[in-house]
Design a protein around this ligand. Structure first.
Ligand code: GLA
Length: 399
């Protein structure tokens, strides 16, 4: 009996004292993930090449850091229950791959699932959380995306807490990416457990669509954007809303890719590319490496932007930046180009949540066009612009 009490006491202490690793993901994580382009068709060559091209394309210089292997890397558990990599697809083993990615100055991410099996039917971590966390730490993993398939009977908050505690116990600082599709309001409990949480079901490469798969849907860019409504209060340094990995370079038009990327920047969303880095068009590289757009995303205040108003098909979004500066985006959701007049001094832009006001009577800002890379005027003059269909015009308002 005494022994049992002692055991429970220890368990209580372990659970109560475990904390997520702080000081990680102080700005939204940036990287690449294999799923959107390659799904289960991955191997060590694909991952090595992603790392190679992340460096040679300039993405690393622009701030991208994590190379994340998604589902389907797994082989079987060994006789002691430790997970191994699929021997055919990853003949050199996972440790060698992690070392390779690290040798490029990048960080390594891996994928598992809180349930018995991953969504792709590979072994999940249920009941093996501490053992798997130890394995990841031993391999040198820096980031874990933790999914939610085959989790009958589990409570999300508890299951993610178990993995948080397991990672803590393993001792290596690892970013924990919660992926339960927003089903259990992770924004309400995720801050103490992980560093980012998916807010929606899966994205796919379409701008304005929903694909119904029966019991679940995948969503286009605009559908996902609309689902972020009401969530900005939960995001901040170390804990981000994650509207899913990007589809830039995966088949939408250049205008749509630009709009998609810009909105993820305005949302302070994790910027996880999901395209084939070894085969990118110049336009795709230009979008993914736009340093001015990335600076909006990575602004140290870590404030998620908000929809200020809608003018017919155009949404006007603002994002507060450090030093009382702002980013503003005019997003044209419609099928036709739109002409807009915007008189700054008649507008009343207030971020109530953070008590910030863009007072255009007091401060005259310079407009720096983030996609044309030039100064285009000041806020004391009315703005007159044309926004192509499914595209954006974005400015930094600089003092
Ligand atoms: C879920 C996730 C996706 C991806 C797949 C892998 O659908 O939401 O992002 O990880 O599983 O099977």
């Amino acid at each position: 009996m005494n022994k049992l009490v002692f055991l429970f006491f220890n368990l209580f202490i372990l659970t109560a004292s475990a904390q997520k690793f702080e000081n990680l993901a102080q700005t939204p994580p940036m990287g690449w993930n294999s799923w959107n382009k390659f799904a289960c068709d991955i191997n060590e060559k694909v991952i090595r090449e992603a790392a190679d091209y992340m460096v040679s394309s300039g993405m690393k210089d622009a701030g991208y850091e994590y190379i994340v292997i998604d589902d389907c890397w797994h082989g079987k558990r060994d006789s002691l229950g430790f997970i191994t990599a699929d021997k055919e697809r990853f003949p050199s083993g996972m440790k060698a791959l992690v070392d390779y990615v690290h040798s490029k100055g990048l960080k390594f991410g891996i994928y598992s699932d809180a349930g018995w099996e991953t969504c792709g039917g590979r072994p999940g971590s249920r009941g093996r959380e501490f053992q798997d966390a130890q394995t990841y730490a031993k391999w040198g993993v820096d980031y874990l995306k933790y999914d939610w398939c085959e989790t009958e009977g589990l409570k999300a908050e508890g299951a993610y807490m178990t993995m948080r505690n397991a990672l803590r116990e393993a001792g290596r600082p690892i970013v924990l990416s919660i992926c339960e599709w927003g089903d259990n309001q992770p924004w309400e409990w995720g801050e103490d457990i992980g560093h980012l949480w998916r807010t929606t079901g899966d994205i796919y490469n379409c701008f304005d669509c929903e694909e119904n798969h029966g019991t679940w849907s995948s969503f286009g860019v605009l559908q996902i954007l609309d689902m972020q409504d009401g969530l900005r209060q939960y995001a901040g340094p170390g804990h981000w809303n994650d509207p899913d990995m990007m589809e830039v370079g995966n088949g939408m038009s250049v205008n749509e890719d630009r709009a998609h990327f810009t909105m993820w920047c305005m949302l302070a969303a994790p910027l996880i590319a999901g395209n084939d880095l070894a085969n990118m068009s110049t336009e795709t590289v230009e979008i993914l490496t736009n340093k001015e757009a990335i600076a909006i995303n990575q602004d140290e205040l870590g404030i998620q932007g908000f929809k200020y108003k809608t003018i017919e098909d155009v949404e006007v979004w603002f994002k507060p930046l450090k030093n009382k500066e702002w980013a503003v985006t005019f997003l044209n959701r419609g099928d036709k180009e739109q002409k807009i007049t915007f008189d700054w001094r008649n507008e009343n832009v207030v971020d109530k949540l953070n008590n910030l006001v863009a007072n255009f009577d007091e401060i005259t800002y310079q407009l720096k066009d983030v996609w044309k890379h030039k100064y285009v005027g000041k806020t004391k003059k009315k703005l007159k612009i044309t926004i192509p269909s499914h595209d954006v015009v974005t400015y930094k308002l600089l003092k």
